[in-house]
Design a protein around this ligand. Sequence first.
Ligand SMILES: [Zn+2]
Length: 106
Amino acid sequence: MKPLEINPPRTREIKGLKDDGHVIIECSACGAPLVDCWITKKKFDIQTKIIADCPHCGDKSFEQTIGGGFHLGITDYTVLVDQTINDDNNQIYIETAKGTKLWPDK
Ligand SMILES: [Zn+2]
């Protein structure tokens, strides 16, 4: 039997960006993974609030606060269509669409 591979080494050191971790934003109703926030500059003194809508059930995520500089990425289930930035409270609202995999994953 092949041993399970736990925490395989990650090689995301591309274009000089350091991998400070990922935060997956999930739908508050159906739990679908909506947005992959890849934190690349954790030391940046900035807090950004993120909300994403859910193309699977029509609800949306809870507001999630991300500390530092980051990139927004898609998940297997959800792609990003558009984003609206509210400068008053540093909040990003993300519009999404269904990705390559169906949610819920069966
Ligand atoms: Zn949902």
